[in-house]
Structures are given as C-alpha cells and as structure tokens.
Design a protein around this ligand. Structure first.
Ligand code: NAP
Length: 309
C-alpha cells in the first residue's frame, strides 16, 4: 500500500524535484497540497497545513518544502496529528525547533526525516569511503552562485531566518560533515550583510577539525559567469575534489566514474523516507545547521553594498 502524502509549500523545489520524484515512486501517492497561493492539478489543495490535516483524514505523511521559517509550525502540527514528516533543508529557523520536533516525533512514534539532499549527490558516498582511511591535512570549500539566477524573487532568503548565502552554503556543510571522518567546528567567520538586507550575501568560514586541520569555506551569492560548488580535501596520501555540488568526484585530478545505476538526489530522498516510515525510525542530523548558527554567533559582520532581490 502506497503512503498517502501531503506536500506543503508549492514553489520551485516542490515543482522541480518533489512532485516528479513522488509521481515516479510507487511507495507514495501524492493526494494533497497545502500552499497559501499555489495549486497543483489532480490533488486536493488547501491554503494551510492545518486545514489539510483536518480534511484529509487518511494522510500518512507530509513533506515540507516551504522556506525554513515556516517549517516548525507545519511539522509540529503534522506530528501531533500522527503523520510522518519529511523536512527540506535548511531544517528550521532555530536549532531548538529541530530538537523539539525530534522529541515530538519520538513521543508520537512517527518518523521525522530531516533531509540533506546534497548528501545523496552521486560522488558523496565514494568520497566518504575514500577519506575514511586517510589523514586530512587541509581543505577548501568554494560555493559561489548567482542568487538572481537560482533564487529569482525569493525575498525570504534575505529575511531573518532565511540564512542568506547559507541557504546554499549549508549544502556544502552537509556534505563536509558527511564525508569527514571526525568532527569540525567553526573557528572564525566573516559574514557580509547587504546594507538593506537581514541575512548575509557572502561568508567566509574557517572550520577546524578535532585534529586541528583547517578547512576554509567561501560562500558567495554574487557570482556571475561560471558557478562553483566545489569541496577540495587534501590528505597525506592524495587529494579529493567534489564538484557540481557533490555530483562528481576527482581523486588526484582523475575523474571517478559515478555509479550509473544510482538514482537522483530526490528519488533517493523519498526512497529513504519510505524506508524510515516502514521501520518506524527517524533520521535527524543538525550538525550542518549548528555550524551555520555558530557562524552567526562568532562571525564578524561587514556591511556591503545594497542588494535588490
Ligand atoms: P520558493 O520557490 O520560494 O517556494 C517556497 C514556497 O513556499 C513559496 O512559493 C510559497 O508558496 C510557500 N511558502 C510558505 N510559507 C512561506 C513563507 N513564509 N515565505 C515564502 N514562501 C512561503 O522556494 P524554493 O526554492 O522552492 O525553496 C524552498 C525550500 O527548498 C528552501 O528551504 C530551500 O533551501 C529548499 N531547496 C531549494 C532548492 C532550489 O533549487 N530552489 C533546492 C533544494 C532545496 P505559497 O505562496 O503558495 O504559500
């Protein structure tokens, strides 16, 4: 029997990835959507999640792809109504929100799947495997994209809780925390805030591993021309480079062929969600979000030129 699913927050990622992945997966049946303005053909549509939960009695699960500022209320309402919940990244607006959602899922005996789609990019598993037996000596993350191209009109990114350039940057941190054999913390950070916005448009982080190795990250939303989503990690016995947001892997400059049978990030996310629901388990790892929160806590603040969304 397919899990009956309600999708919350119908915008770019819902239409580009969630709906196609759900439509192709026989383990799910998309039966309803909740969005303040948008509508999806062929399913029941509601303006808010509370009405959807009240009206569609046989929903098994909901998947939330609103901006992070709207995650907590929707997820809490769904868990309290006894539904399994899948959360887009970034997981919420505050770190306590995630802790409370995790506790509520446990209380209700329901699944909370707090996703990091970039961890399911094609090169990431092989990168983790390669690094697991090596000694890191340094690394750089370069995550530079054009916000006007990838997030047209998305003012929420620059509002409080929208995370600014950390909205994509957190993807790099999700991959780093997945592939590093140990833990890393924020050593120093500098955040560049446009004079007319509430969230940074660029950031530089110095991350320090437990062994004292530095990984320097540069995030920038003002990139024109070539777009870069790269992680380069140097070890005593070779150099690894993940490009295309984790989608491609090079070892010592040589591309490694990806597993052709591997499904895309979103089909893999929904496959994992189905497994977790069946097993009655949750998957929550908020370390990437803690690194972002810590960058806000210890980061130096620079005011830069105004930015129009
Ligand atoms: P989006 O195009 O702005 O869509 C989000 C939708 O959520 C909006 O269209 C809006 O639809 C609804 N919404 C509910 N509460 C909202 C609020 N307070 N402010 C703004 N919209 C609200 O954004 P998106 O690109 O799909 O991103 C949504 C989430 O997916 C983000 O957390 C993002 O990090 C993540 N994500 C995005 C991408 C990408 O490539 N865009 C990739 C991976 C993950 P209604 O007006 O109908 O309510």
């Amino acid at each position: 029997m397919a899990l009956k699913l309600g999708l919350v927050g119908i915008g770019k990622i819902a239409r580009d990835q969630h709906i196609p992945a759900l439509t192709a997966d026989p383990r799910f049946e998309l039966v309803a959507c909740a969005s303040r303005n948008a509508r999806v053909d062929g399913v029941a549509n509601f303006a808010d999640v509370e009405t959807m939960l009240a009206e569609v009695k046989d929903l098994d699960a909901i998947s939330i792809c609103t901006p992070p500022q709207a995650h907590f209320e929707a997820a809490l309402a769904a868990l309290r109504a006894g539904k399994h919940v899948m959360l887009e990244k970034p997981p919420a607006a505050t770190t306590r929100h995630i802790a409370l959602l995790q506790a509520e899922a446990q209380r209700q005996g329901r699944t909370l799947f707090q996703t990091w789609h970039s961890r399911l990019a094609a090169g990431v598993d092989a990168a983790r495997e390669w690094l697991s037996s090596r000694t890191l000596t340094g690394g750089t993350i370069t995550w530079k994209e054009d916000v006007h191209h990838w997030h047209p009109g998305q003012q929420w990114i620059f509002e409080p809780g929208g995370l600014g350039v950390f909205d994509p940057g957190i993807n790099a941190l999700s991959v780093l925390t997945e592939v590093l054999p140990g833990e890393a913390v924020v050593h120093e950070a500098t955040l560049d805030f446009p004079e007319n916005q509430q969230a940074p448009i660029a950031a530089q982080l110095a991350l320090r591993t437990e062994a004292g190795v530095m990984v320097n990250a540069e995030f920038d939303f003002r990139q024109k021309g070539e777009q870069t989503w790269d992680i380069e990690l140097v070890t005593t016995t070779g150099r690894l480079k993940l490009t295309h947001g984790g989608g491609a892997l090079q070892i010592d400059g040589q591309p490694l062929a990806a597993d052709a049978a591997l499904a895309g990030e979103y089909p893999r996310l929904y496959a994992r969600f189905a497994e977790l629901c069946m097993a009655g388990e949750s998957e929550v790892d908020w370390r990437p979000f803690q690194l972002v929160a810590d960058a806000f806590l210890v980061g130096r603040r620079r005011i830069v030129a105004a930015h129009q969304v």
